[in-house]
Design a protein around this ligand. Sequence first.
Ligand code: MN
Length: 492
Amino acid sequence: MDPLLSGLLAAVASTSRSVDKNRVIKAYDFARLAHSGQTRKSGEPYLVHPVTVAGTLASWNLDTTAIIAGLLHDTVEEGSAQAGDIQKAFGEDVWRLVNGVTIVTGIRLTGNKDAYFVENLRKMLLVMARDLRVVLIKLADRLHNMQTLQYLAPDRQIVNARETLEIYAPLAERLGMNEIGGQLEDLAFPYLYPGEHRDLVKLIQPLFKSADVYIEKFRRQLVALLQPKLPSAVINIRHKHLYSLWRKLARPDIAGDLSKVHDLVAARVLVDTADQCYQALGLIHNQFHPVPYLGMRDFIANPKPNGYRSLHLNIFGPEGRIVELQVRTHAMHRQAEMGVAAHWQMHELKSTGKLSSQDIDKGKFQVSDKLTWVKQLMAWQAEITDDQAYLEALKFDALAHRNLVFSPKGDVYDLPHGATPVDFAYAIHTGLGHQVAGARVNSQQVALSHLLKNGDVVEIIVDRKRTQPSHEWLDFVVTTTARREIAKSLKT
Ligand code: MN
């Protein structure tokens, strides 16, 4: 058999989902014909690209329809197929996905054509709210295109790398696909910041090496510690992604000091149940002391807004070195790495296909609560008519890197960098926002313009008699919600 096809079938067979092999073979033949004679810039047959994309989708455990759409995603745009042929041979569902990917591919981040960009992004969100598989296919497509970026002309490299860093990597992260987001960032990094990338690699390689030796020693001690009580525990070692390391080094509290980065190389303990996570925690803390202040964060009891669950431990390892450890179940791990793709069915619209795009434009749609940001964007896109405002809301609020901030009761709020206690209050409730009189962060009284940091516990002090926000707040709030609610209230 053709080695490309047998490779794909092997990938399909290794997933936990039952995939219709005959339909996959039929789609493979269709793609082979549509791309016959075509080559990629790398000189490889074009067919390698859709087959790689389909294989990635299979490894993400997606269904037959998505895998087939992955195989066919370029057959109309780049190949010789007609839309009608796909509809006839594979049905409406497959065609909707292929067409959705084509629309999403049309999005280009060209600074001077914002209106065009916004229009496409609106379309993308509409498509995405109807079927997230479109975005997953697009991410698999982008992953392979970034892995083969060296064959493109330098100006295309920069454009694609920038788009990947600004749109696709944050999008993957917002969908909870942290592993894919990290990979996309690392693929874009050397094209956008070649000097910085080279310097960091030179600096980090020996450190990775010595950290590996140390962590391996620590791993053996952990195995000996956990094995008697938790025989099925698995311990993994992982290297921090380079781009996220570079970004961390730029943080004011780290200021380039590598000795303050404790997760350069980290260990991960995987067990079967949440109970076993806490059991492992007890065993580990009993032997290795937690680091004061860094201590431990319990994202199992308090999951992150994107659904991420895990225990994060900072402990004094052998020789007194600080080690970061994550403890989670296998299921939590799958979700942490693959996010939405791990169980995209849960997020599918209940009324898939039954909603018209006019309904969606009016905001009549349901998206799982786990994806509130998708919901929020959809609501805005119906509400905000000014393209520039929409673009800013989108680029900033949805795709910027976030801080997780806690209420005194332990509820988690996901706010962009630069957010203040006023932004926090409006994120909870508009009424609360209007009545802000003061704030305490980590029990300390702070100014209302205080910049919140990741992990802050924020308590809002209210003035019940107050009904209107203050005009000055507009000088420092950064979230679209706060800005809009304040402006709206001041107008009346
Ligand atoms: Mn493609």
